[in-house]
Write a protein that binds this ligand. Structure first.
Ligand code: ADP
Length: 399
């Protein structure tokens, strides 16, 4: 598998990109356009071992943001014209029932991505805009859409079916889809590699704990259950999302507080989670506040870790035999306290951390469990962009 891929991730007010060398598994350059569509914007273009190229200027839309990124490539390198680009890969959040694997983008695919906005109103329209502007910038290259939901296309019906009137599923797509699929795919494969076994033989619980957070039970390389649902709101406690709540809360708040469904939806997505309980969605700040005696921050961390532990227990039961628990994401990779607290008390289930290994701050994938108990606990840094680039090349090479 070879070639270089430009990976694009368009968010509502941002555009992230990364130039990936697939064979080497390395990023040659990466960048972030921030505050797209706002009066003042910023582009940061980074290269390994160099000071980043930072430009502050308004970026009124995603087309201008991508243009600014291309200028930065011209100015600071590597020159894209000589980079050996074979494809542009685009992150698309929701593939619905239609996409269970990456696809080459044509007008039909683009239309379908837009139509799926009914399921992902915050993400799919802006993902589609990212594809549009990049197709205009690179008309001669294949563009590949990689869906966050695709890895979970293997969920069995008992895991993806909600116990609700079946016409809701049939007519309105109400079912579990799951998200963070690119990360869960990459991390479960890397976990098997770390254990020195083929992915088909390994059962793993992947805990992707970042600003968004989800858990997935992966049996022999296939997702068999996952905590996010029809939207990314369900499951674990997140930076600003509640995760699981009783759905009756929506009607209750409507009746007693006059809140409309959109108000509640917005609050559950944007002003809940750690932000609501601790006053900040950054775990580093949560720890600082706890050290200063902040009881709300302490409760928030308790709630967060309790929820993770509950899902670990659930997925041990779903998998039957679990070979590994893999932590990833900004929190999963960097927060030994969360890892330790989330698995505390699970020794009878064969899960025991080596607290010294857990506390060590070293880069790369590693084992943090004690001895050679039945369940290896691992830290596996995720690399969604590399996984997207690999999947794009695999599609184009016909693997
Ligand atoms: P996203 O879901 O936006 O990709 P990340 O996976 O980058 O998020 O995770 C971001 C979160 O990771 C931050 O909000 C912060 O809570 C947490 N984080 C980052 N570094 C550390 C650290 N050293 N210790 C604890 N938490 C950290």
């Amino acid at each position: 598998m070879s070639g270089r891929v430009l990976v694009v991730n368009a968010g509502s007010s941002s555009l992230k990109y990364r130039l990936v060398d697939v064979a080497a598994g390395e990023a040659l350059a990466w960048g972030l356009a921030e505050r797209v569509g706002q009066p003042s914007g910023r582009l940061t273009h980074s290269l390994p071992g160099r000071e980043p190229d930072v430009v502050e200027r308004p970026l009124p839309d995603h087309g201008v943001a991508l243009g600014a990124a291309l200028e930065a490539f011209d100015r600071s390198g590597p020159r894209l014209a000589d980079a050996g680009l074979v494809a542009v890969a685009h992150r698309v959040v929701h593939g619905g029932d239609r996409f269970s694997a990456p696809v080459r983008v044509d007008d039909d695919v683009l239309r379908a991505v837009r139509e799926l906005a009914t399921l992902a109103p915050l993400h799919n329209p802006v993902n589609a805009t990212g594809i549009e502007v990049a197709r205009r910038a690179f008309p001669g290259l294949p563009h590949v859409a990689v869906f966050d939901t695709a890895f979970h296309a293997t969920l069995p019906p008992e895991a993806y079916t909600y116990a609700v009137p079946p016409q809701w599923a049939r007519d309105h797509g109400v079912r579990r889809y799951g998200f963070h699929g690119t990360s869960h795919a990459y991390v479960s494969r890397a976990a098997a590699e770390l254990l020195g076994r083929p992915p088909e033989e390994v059962n793993t619980v992947v805990l992707h704990l970042g600003n968004g957070a989800s858990a997935t039970a992966v049996a022999g390389g296939r997702s068999v259950d996952t905590s996010m649902g029809m939207t990314p709101l369900e499951g674990l406690v997140m930076g600003t999302r509640s995760g699981d709540v009783d759905p009756a809360v929506v009607a209750h708040l409507h009746r007693v507080a006059g809140l409309g469904p959109d108000d509640v939806d917005r609050a559950l997505n944007s002003s809940s989670g750690m932000l609501a309980l601790a006053g900040t969605n950054d775990l580093r700040e949560v720890h600082r506040r706890i050290a200063e005696g902040d009881a709300s921050a302490a409760l928030a961390l308790d709630v967060f870790c309790h929820r993770v532990r509950k899902y670990v227990g659930a997925y041990l039961a779903v998998l039957g035999r679990t070979d590994a628990i893999a932590f990833t994401g900004g929190i999963g990779e960097n927060d030994p306290v969360v890892r330790s607290r989330s698995l505390a008390g699970l020794e009878p289930l064969g899960i025991r951390l080596d607290e010294e290994a857990n506390a060590e701050r070293v880069p790369g994938a590693r084992r943090i469990s004690a001895g050679d108990g039945p369940v290896a606990v691992l830290v596996v840094p995720t690399d969604e962009e590399l996984e997207m680039a690999r999947q794009a090349v695999a599609l184009l090479e016909g693997h």
